[in-house]
Design a protein around this ligand. Structure first.
Ligand code: ADP
Length: 355
Protein backbone atom coordinates (compact mmCIF):
# COMPACT_ATOMS: atom_id res chain seq x y z
CA UNK A 1 0.00 0.00 0.00
CA UNK A 2 1.15 3.53 -0.56
CA UNK A 3 0.76 7.28 -0.42
CA UNK A 4 0.28 9.01 -3.74
CA UNK A 5 1.13 12.62 -4.36
CA UNK A 6 0.15 14.61 -7.43
CA UNK A 7 2.05 17.89 -7.60
CA UNK A 8 1.11 20.58 -10.13
CA UNK A 9 0.10 17.90 -12.63
CA UNK A 10 -0.97 19.21 -16.04
CA UNK A 11 -1.95 17.53 -19.29
CA UNK A 12 -1.88 19.06 -22.73
CA UNK A 13 -2.79 16.61 -25.48
CA UNK A 14 -1.14 16.67 -28.90
CA UNK A 15 -3.10 19.29 -30.78
CA UNK A 16 -3.08 21.61 -27.81
CA UNK A 17 -6.16 20.66 -25.75
CA UNK A 18 -5.34 21.25 -22.09
CA UNK A 19 -7.32 18.58 -20.23
CA UNK A 20 -5.90 19.07 -16.71
CA UNK A 21 -4.62 22.23 -14.99
CA UNK A 22 -2.44 22.33 -11.87
CA UNK A 23 -3.82 19.25 -10.11
CA UNK A 24 -2.56 18.87 -6.53
CA UNK A 25 -3.38 16.28 -3.90
CA UNK A 26 -1.61 14.22 -1.24
CA UNK A 27 -3.42 10.91 -0.95
CA UNK A 28 -2.86 9.02 2.29
CA UNK A 29 -2.08 5.33 2.50
CA UNK A 30 -5.38 3.43 2.44
CA UNK A 31 -7.45 6.43 1.43
CA UNK A 32 -10.38 6.18 -1.01
CA UNK A 33 -10.35 9.19 -3.34
CA UNK A 34 -13.17 9.77 -5.81
CA UNK A 35 -12.68 12.10 -8.79
CA UNK A 36 -16.08 13.38 -9.84
CA UNK A 37 -17.32 15.86 -12.42
CA UNK A 38 -19.23 16.06 -15.68
CA UNK A 39 -18.09 14.29 -18.83
CA UNK A 40 -14.95 15.84 -20.31
CA UNK A 41 -13.74 17.55 -17.10
CA UNK A 42 -10.42 15.64 -17.05
CA UNK A 43 -11.09 12.85 -14.54
CA UNK A 44 -10.00 9.94 -16.74
CA UNK A 45 -7.01 11.85 -18.04
CA UNK A 46 -5.85 12.39 -14.44
CA UNK A 47 -6.34 8.73 -13.56
CA UNK A 48 -4.60 7.59 -16.74
CA UNK A 49 -1.62 9.80 -15.92
CA UNK A 50 -1.36 8.10 -12.52
CA UNK A 51 -1.55 4.72 -14.26
CA UNK A 52 1.09 5.77 -16.79
CA UNK A 53 -1.26 5.29 -19.74
CA UNK A 54 -0.92 9.00 -20.59
CA UNK A 55 2.25 11.05 -20.38
CA UNK A 56 2.32 13.76 -17.74
CA UNK A 57 2.95 17.07 -19.53
CA UNK A 58 4.26 18.80 -16.42
CA UNK A 59 4.29 18.31 -12.68
CA UNK A 60 5.34 15.45 -10.49
CA UNK A 61 3.80 12.11 -9.51
CA UNK A 62 5.10 10.43 -6.36
CA UNK A 63 3.98 6.90 -5.46
CA UNK A 64 5.16 5.45 -2.17
CA UNK A 65 7.93 8.02 -1.93
CA UNK A 66 9.28 7.32 -5.42
CA UNK A 67 9.15 9.77 -8.33
CA UNK A 68 7.06 7.92 -10.93
CA UNK A 69 6.46 10.84 -13.31
CA UNK A 70 8.33 9.11 -16.15
CA UNK A 71 8.20 5.50 -14.92
CA UNK A 72 6.56 3.05 -17.39
CA UNK A 73 3.13 1.70 -16.33
CA UNK A 74 4.33 -1.84 -15.67
CA UNK A 75 6.84 -0.59 -13.09
CA UNK A 76 4.37 1.56 -11.13
CA UNK A 77 2.79 -1.33 -9.24
CA UNK A 78 -0.72 -0.10 -9.95
CA UNK A 79 -3.84 -2.01 -11.00
CA UNK A 80 -6.64 -0.44 -12.99
CA UNK A 81 -10.25 -1.61 -13.31
CA UNK A 82 -12.19 -0.23 -16.28
CA UNK A 83 -15.81 0.16 -17.26
CA UNK A 84 -15.24 -2.33 -20.10
CA UNK A 85 -13.76 -5.11 -18.09
CA UNK A 86 -12.99 -7.26 -21.18
CA UNK A 87 -12.51 -10.70 -19.68
CA UNK A 88 -11.02 -13.41 -21.88
CA UNK A 89 -14.07 -15.37 -23.08
CA UNK A 90 -12.24 -18.63 -23.77
CA UNK A 91 -10.65 -18.75 -20.30
CA UNK A 92 -12.29 -19.83 -17.05
CA UNK A 93 -12.81 -17.34 -14.25
CA UNK A 94 -9.84 -18.89 -12.45
CA UNK A 95 -7.62 -18.44 -15.52
CA UNK A 96 -8.85 -14.89 -16.02
CA UNK A 97 -7.95 -13.98 -12.46
CA UNK A 98 -4.59 -15.78 -12.67
CA UNK A 99 -3.71 -14.29 -16.05
CA UNK A 100 -1.35 -11.47 -15.06
CA UNK A 101 0.50 -13.76 -12.63
CA UNK A 102 0.80 -16.54 -15.22
CA UNK A 103 2.18 -13.99 -17.64
CA UNK A 104 4.78 -13.05 -15.04
CA UNK A 105 5.63 -16.77 -14.75
CA UNK A 106 4.77 -16.71 -11.07
CA UNK A 107 5.05 -20.00 -9.14
CA UNK A 108 1.86 -22.14 -9.56
CA UNK A 109 1.27 -22.54 -5.84
CA UNK A 110 1.56 -18.83 -5.21
CA UNK A 111 -0.84 -18.14 -8.08
CA UNK A 112 -3.31 -20.61 -6.60
CA UNK A 113 -3.10 -19.04 -3.17
CA UNK A 114 -3.61 -15.52 -4.51
CA UNK A 115 -6.51 -16.45 -6.80
CA UNK A 116 -8.27 -18.35 -4.01
CA UNK A 117 -7.78 -15.45 -1.59
CA UNK A 118 -9.23 -12.98 -4.10
CA UNK A 119 -12.12 -15.37 -4.88
CA UNK A 120 -12.86 -15.57 -1.17
CA UNK A 121 -12.93 -11.79 -0.76
CA UNK A 122 -15.15 -11.39 -3.82
CA UNK A 123 -17.40 -14.37 -3.14
CA UNK A 124 -16.46 -16.04 -6.43
CA UNK A 125 -15.23 -19.40 -5.14
CA UNK A 126 -18.12 -21.36 -6.68
CA UNK A 127 -17.68 -19.63 -10.06
CA UNK A 128 -14.03 -20.38 -10.76
CA UNK A 129 -14.58 -23.14 -13.32
CA UNK A 130 -17.15 -21.18 -15.31
CA UNK A 131 -16.59 -19.07 -18.39
CA UNK A 132 -17.33 -15.32 -18.28
CA UNK A 133 -20.49 -15.61 -20.37
CA UNK A 134 -22.04 -17.84 -17.67
CA UNK A 135 -21.74 -15.02 -15.12
CA UNK A 136 -23.94 -12.00 -14.45
CA UNK A 137 -22.72 -8.47 -15.16
CA UNK A 138 -22.04 -7.89 -11.48
CA UNK A 139 -20.07 -11.12 -11.14
CA UNK A 140 -17.99 -10.27 -14.22
CA UNK A 141 -17.19 -6.88 -12.71
CA UNK A 142 -16.06 -8.70 -9.56
CA UNK A 143 -13.78 -10.92 -11.66
CA UNK A 144 -12.27 -7.77 -13.13
CA UNK A 145 -11.58 -6.60 -9.58
CA UNK A 146 -10.18 -10.02 -8.76
CA UNK A 147 -7.65 -9.65 -11.55
CA UNK A 148 -6.50 -6.44 -9.88
CA UNK A 149 -6.46 -7.88 -6.35
CA UNK A 150 -4.24 -10.89 -7.18
CA UNK A 151 -1.49 -8.52 -8.21
CA UNK A 152 -1.48 -6.97 -4.75
CA UNK A 153 -0.77 -3.54 -6.21
CA UNK A 154 0.26 -0.44 -4.28
CA UNK A 155 -2.68 1.50 -5.68
CA UNK A 156 -6.03 0.55 -7.21
CA UNK A 157 -7.46 2.76 -9.94
CA UNK A 158 -11.09 2.50 -11.03
CA UNK A 159 -12.35 4.22 -14.19
CA UNK A 160 -16.17 4.35 -14.07
CA UNK A 161 -16.27 0.62 -13.20
CA UNK A 162 -20.03 0.53 -12.64
CA UNK A 163 -21.42 2.59 -15.49
CA UNK A 164 -22.25 -0.49 -17.62
CA UNK A 165 -24.47 -1.96 -14.92
CA UNK A 166 -28.17 -1.29 -14.33
CA UNK A 167 -29.21 0.97 -11.45
CA UNK A 168 -29.98 -1.75 -8.92
CA UNK A 169 -26.77 -3.65 -9.58
CA UNK A 170 -24.80 -0.40 -9.40
CA UNK A 171 -26.13 0.10 -5.90
CA UNK A 172 -25.10 -3.35 -4.71
CA UNK A 173 -21.70 -3.21 -6.46
CA UNK A 174 -21.11 0.16 -4.81
CA UNK A 175 -21.58 -1.47 -1.42
CA UNK A 176 -19.27 -4.32 -2.47
CA UNK A 177 -16.56 -1.86 -3.45
CA UNK A 178 -16.94 -0.16 -0.05
CA UNK A 179 -16.48 -3.54 1.67
CA UNK A 180 -13.57 -4.40 -0.60
CA UNK A 181 -11.87 -1.18 0.40
CA UNK A 182 -12.38 -2.02 4.08
CA UNK A 183 -11.03 -5.57 3.63
CA UNK A 184 -7.98 -4.60 1.57
CA UNK A 185 -7.37 -1.28 3.28
CA UNK A 186 -5.79 -0.20 0.01
CA UNK A 187 -5.19 3.19 -1.54
CA UNK A 188 -7.82 3.69 -4.20
CA UNK A 189 -8.60 6.33 -6.82
CA UNK A 190 -12.01 6.08 -8.39
CA UNK A 191 -13.41 8.08 -11.32
CA UNK A 192 -17.13 8.64 -11.79
CA UNK A 193 -19.56 11.24 -13.16
CA UNK A 194 -22.11 10.04 -10.59
CA UNK A 195 -22.28 12.29 -7.53
CA UNK A 196 -24.06 9.56 -5.52
CA UNK A 197 -21.10 7.22 -5.99
CA UNK A 198 -18.78 10.02 -4.93
CA UNK A 199 -20.75 10.86 -1.78
CA UNK A 200 -21.16 7.24 -0.70
CA UNK A 201 -17.71 5.83 -1.52
CA UNK A 202 -15.17 8.55 -0.91
CA UNK A 203 -13.04 9.33 2.09
CA UNK A 204 -12.36 12.50 0.14
CA UNK A 205 -13.91 13.78 -3.08
CA UNK A 206 -12.08 15.73 -5.77
CA UNK A 207 -14.69 17.66 -7.74
CA UNK A 208 -13.52 18.83 -11.18
CA UNK A 209 -14.83 21.09 -13.91
CA UNK A 210 -13.20 21.90 -17.24
CA UNK A 211 -9.82 20.51 -16.21
CA UNK A 212 -9.67 22.43 -12.93
CA UNK A 213 -10.04 21.06 -9.41
CA UNK A 214 -12.96 22.90 -7.82
CA UNK A 215 -12.82 21.47 -4.31
CA UNK A 216 -11.20 18.62 -2.39
CA UNK A 217 -12.77 17.44 0.86
CA UNK A 218 -14.85 14.96 2.77
CA UNK A 219 -18.27 14.27 1.22
CA UNK A 220 -20.04 16.19 4.00
CA UNK A 221 -17.79 19.21 3.42
CA UNK A 222 -18.65 19.38 -0.28
CA UNK A 223 -22.32 18.80 0.49
CA UNK A 224 -22.70 21.31 3.31
CA UNK A 225 -20.01 23.82 2.44
CA UNK A 226 -19.46 23.81 -1.32
CA UNK A 227 -16.55 26.05 -2.28
CA UNK A 228 -18.35 27.59 -5.26
CA UNK A 229 -21.61 27.49 -7.21
CA UNK A 230 -20.33 24.72 -9.48
CA UNK A 231 -19.79 22.28 -6.60
CA UNK A 232 -23.03 23.48 -4.97
CA UNK A 233 -25.13 22.46 -7.96
CA UNK A 234 -23.11 19.40 -9.07
CA UNK A 235 -23.10 17.62 -5.72
CA UNK A 236 -26.55 16.73 -4.37
CA UNK A 237 -29.66 15.48 -6.11
CA UNK A 238 -31.98 17.22 -6.80
CA UNK A 239 -29.52 20.09 -7.02
CA UNK A 240 -29.35 23.03 -4.64
CA UNK A 241 -31.84 25.82 -5.37
CA UNK A 242 -29.92 28.96 -6.38
CA UNK A 243 -31.36 32.46 -6.02
CA UNK A 244 -29.67 35.54 -7.43
CA UNK A 245 -30.21 38.70 -5.44
CA UNK A 246 -28.77 41.72 -3.71
CA UNK A 247 -27.86 42.42 -0.10
CA UNK A 248 -29.55 45.53 1.30
CA UNK A 249 -28.60 45.92 4.96
CA UNK A 250 -30.15 42.92 6.69
CA UNK A 251 -32.21 41.92 3.66
CA UNK A 252 -31.64 39.60 0.71
CA UNK A 253 -33.72 41.11 -2.09
CA UNK A 254 -34.65 40.05 -5.58
CA UNK A 255 -37.61 40.35 -7.94
CA UNK A 256 -39.23 37.27 -6.40
CA UNK A 257 -39.08 37.94 -2.66
CA UNK A 258 -37.42 39.84 0.18
CA UNK A 259 -35.83 37.75 2.91
CA UNK A 260 -34.80 39.12 6.30
CA UNK A 261 -31.38 37.78 7.27
CA UNK A 262 -30.50 36.77 10.81
CA UNK A 263 -27.76 38.66 12.67
CA UNK A 264 -25.08 36.13 11.84
CA UNK A 265 -25.74 36.29 8.09
CA UNK A 266 -26.05 40.08 8.18
CA UNK A 267 -22.61 40.28 9.82
CA UNK A 268 -21.12 37.76 7.40
CA UNK A 269 -22.48 39.70 4.43
CA UNK A 270 -21.70 43.26 5.58
CA UNK A 271 -19.03 43.74 2.90
CA UNK A 272 -21.65 42.78 0.33
CA UNK A 273 -24.13 45.52 1.25
CA UNK A 274 -25.49 46.79 -2.07
CA UNK A 275 -23.81 43.99 -4.00
CA UNK A 276 -25.05 40.98 -5.94
CA UNK A 277 -24.83 37.55 -4.33
CA UNK A 278 -26.26 34.09 -4.93
CA UNK A 279 -28.17 32.32 -2.18
CA UNK A 280 -28.14 28.51 -2.29
CA UNK A 281 -30.57 26.33 -0.34
CA UNK A 282 -30.85 22.56 -0.69
CA UNK A 283 -34.33 21.10 -1.33
CA UNK A 284 -34.42 19.52 2.16
CA UNK A 285 -33.66 22.89 3.71
CA UNK A 286 -36.73 24.57 2.24
CA UNK A 287 -39.27 24.94 5.05
CA UNK A 288 -42.95 25.74 5.20
CA UNK A 289 -42.36 28.49 7.76
CA UNK A 290 -41.87 31.70 5.83
CA UNK A 291 -43.47 34.24 3.55
CA UNK A 292 -42.17 33.30 0.12
CA UNK A 293 -45.15 32.49 -2.11
CA UNK A 294 -44.74 29.16 -3.90
CA UNK A 295 -47.15 27.41 -6.27
CA UNK A 296 -46.94 23.64 -6.68
CA UNK A 297 -46.53 22.13 -10.13
CA UNK A 298 -45.59 18.51 -9.33
CA UNK A 299 -45.69 16.34 -6.24
CA UNK A 300 -43.33 13.34 -6.41
CA UNK A 301 -43.74 10.85 -3.60
CA UNK A 302 -40.59 8.78 -3.16
CA UNK A 303 -41.88 6.66 -0.30
CA UNK A 304 -39.61 7.94 2.43
CA UNK A 305 -40.10 11.59 1.43
CA UNK A 306 -41.66 13.83 -1.19
CA UNK A 307 -40.16 16.14 -3.80
CA UNK A 308 -42.43 19.09 -4.37
CA UNK A 309 -41.65 21.07 -7.53
CA UNK A 310 -43.10 24.47 -8.17
CA UNK A 311 -42.53 28.14 -8.87
CA UNK A 312 -41.90 31.24 -6.83
CA UNK A 313 -43.74 34.31 -8.13
CA UNK A 314 -44.67 32.33 -11.22
CA UNK A 315 -41.05 32.53 -12.41
CA UNK A 316 -38.34 30.75 -10.50
CA UNK A 317 -38.49 26.94 -10.48
CA UNK A 318 -37.71 25.48 -7.07
CA UNK A 319 -37.62 21.98 -5.60
CA UNK A 320 -38.49 21.24 -1.99
CA UNK A 321 -37.95 17.96 -0.23
CA UNK A 322 -40.36 17.30 2.62
CA UNK A 323 -39.89 14.47 5.06
CA UNK A 324 -43.40 13.06 4.91
CA UNK A 325 -45.58 11.52 2.22
CA UNK A 326 -47.38 14.66 1.05
CA UNK A 327 -50.26 15.00 -1.38
CA UNK A 328 -49.96 18.50 -2.83
CA UNK A 329 -51.72 19.08 -6.12
CA UNK A 330 -51.00 21.31 -9.09
CA UNK A 331 -51.82 24.88 -8.14
CA UNK A 332 -51.58 24.42 -4.35
CA UNK A 333 -50.04 27.42 -2.61
CA UNK A 334 -47.40 27.16 0.11
CA UNK A 335 -45.44 29.85 1.99
CA UNK A 336 -41.76 28.86 1.97
CA UNK A 337 -38.86 29.73 4.19
CA UNK A 338 -35.27 28.51 4.60
CA UNK A 339 -33.54 26.50 7.31
CA UNK A 340 -31.25 29.27 8.56
CA UNK A 341 -28.49 26.90 9.62
CA UNK A 342 -28.16 25.62 6.07
CA UNK A 343 -28.12 28.68 3.82
CA UNK A 344 -25.12 29.12 1.50
CA UNK A 345 -24.09 32.47 0.04
CA UNK A 346 -21.84 32.93 -2.99
CA UNK A 347 -20.16 35.97 -4.52
CA UNK A 348 -21.96 36.46 -7.82
CA UNK A 349 -18.88 37.71 -9.61
CA UNK A 350 -16.36 35.07 -8.53
CA UNK A 351 -18.96 32.30 -7.79
CA UNK A 352 -16.94 31.54 -4.61
CA UNK A 353 -18.60 30.76 -1.29
CA UNK A 354 -18.79 33.65 1.17
CA UNK A 355 -17.56 32.43 4.52
P1 ADP B 1 -13.61 12.81 -18.30
O1 ADP B 1 -12.94 11.57 -17.88
O2 ADP B 1 -13.84 13.76 -17.17
O3 ADP B 1 -14.88 12.58 -19.08
P2 ADP B 1 -11.36 13.14 -20.07
O4 ADP B 1 -10.20 13.13 -19.15
O5 ADP B 1 -11.66 11.88 -20.82
O6 ADP B 1 -12.65 13.62 -19.28
O7 ADP B 1 -11.18 14.30 -21.13
C1 ADP B 1 -10.82 15.62 -20.76
C2 ADP B 1 -10.62 16.47 -22.02
O8 ADP B 1 -9.53 15.98 -22.77
C3 ADP B 1 -11.82 16.46 -22.96
O9 ADP B 1 -11.95 17.72 -23.51
C4 ADP B 1 -11.42 15.45 -24.00
O10 ADP B 1 -12.04 15.74 -25.23
C5 ADP B 1 -9.91 15.66 -24.09
N1 ADP B 1 -9.22 14.41 -24.48
C6 ADP B 1 -9.30 13.21 -23.88
N2 ADP B 1 -8.50 12.31 -24.49
C7 ADP B 1 -7.89 12.97 -25.51
C8 ADP B 1 -6.93 12.60 -26.51
N3 ADP B 1 -6.43 11.36 -26.57
N4 ADP B 1 -6.53 13.56 -27.39
C9 ADP B 1 -7.02 14.81 -27.31
N5 ADP B 1 -7.92 15.23 -26.39
C10 ADP B 1 -8.35 14.33 -25.52
Amino acid sequence: MANVSLQHIEKIYDGGVQAVWDFNIDINDGEFIVLVGPSGCGKSTTLRMVAGLEDITSGKLIIDGKDCTRVPPKDRDIAMVFQNYALYGHMTIYENMAFSLTLRKENKEIIHRKVMAAAEILDLKTQLNKKPKQLSGGQRQRVAMGRAIVRNPKVFLFDEPLSNLDAKLRGSMRREIMLLHKKLNATMMYVTHDQTEALTLADRIVCMSMGHVQQIGKPIELYEHPANTFVATFIGLPPMNMFEGKIEGNKFVNELFTYTLNDEHTRMLKDYDGKEVILGVRPENMTREGNIPFTVTNNENLGMNTLVHGKIADKKIVVCKFAEWSTYKFGDKIKLGFNEEKMNFFDKETTLAIL
